[in-house]
Design a protein. Structure first.
Length: 215
């Protein structure tokens, strides 16, 4: 008779990590699906498939649950941005390809989730204070990736910082507008305009300015 293989037992730390991951991913799903105000810890526990007690043992409040879930999300996005920057070595992606990548990431749920918790952060100072270092880490990671790509395209540090911030402000505004404007062609045109602007910026003085929008 063949010997039975005993199942590998998880340690308490592994079980705890697993519970946290399930809860954080459920929180992000629900932020996207129902929004911050309708989000409850009871619904998160149900969606994650864990008990209320297991959730409250790991997360003391709804605010802590959201902050740690956002941190988990942004850490993952930062890792994907670094992987994207290195994906085409030795020829790294250009700034224009990076704009497309940032739009894809932000419009695929990331900024929709951000729009859910921003109003609460505005009116809840402790919640806002907890979020600030989380978001700052993400911005620092984004700065590093953009700086590498911008440098490869001839942009200096200050110019790179301004173009990144302008790009992110444009993309955030576009995602917010898309809530009530379901016109993919309109947003494609805006991105094309911005990439033409970046090409002119990289080319320097005397280059042809970007063409105006057709609408």
């Amino acid at each position: 008779m063949a010997n039975r293989v005993s199942p590998v037992r998880q340690t308490q730390e592994q079980r705890s990590d697993r519970t946290q991951l399930l809860v954080q991913e459920a929180t992000l799903r629900l932020l996207l699906e129902v929004g911050y105000t309708r989000l409850t810890t009871a619904e998160v526990a149900r969606s994650a498939g864990v008990s209320r007690g297991a959730l409250t043992h790991q997360f003391a409040s709804k605010e802590e649950l959201v902050v740690r879930s956002i941190s988990h999300q942004l850490d993952g996005v930062s890792s994907s941005l670094n992987a994207f920057a290195a994906s085409a070595l030795p020829g790294r992606p250009g700034v224009e390809e990076t704009v497309d990548h940032l739009w894809a990431v932000m419009s695929d749920g990331l900024f929709y989730i951000t729009m859910e918790y921003l109003p609460e952060a505005r009116h809840n100072p402790p919640f806002r204070s907890s979020l600030i270092p989380v978001v700052q880490r993400f911005h620092a990671a984004l700065d590093l990736v953009w700086a590498k790509l911008a440098s490869a395209n001839g942009l200096g540090p200050e110019q790179a910082r301004v173009t990144l911030n302008a790009t992110m402000c444009l993309i955030r505004g576009m995602v917010a507008q898309s809530v009530l404007r379901d016109e993919p062609g309109y947003f494609t045109e805006l991105l094309a305009y911005w990439k033409r602007h970046l090409r002119a910026e990289i080319a320097g003085p005397g280059s042809k300015p970007p063409l105006p929008l057709s609408r």
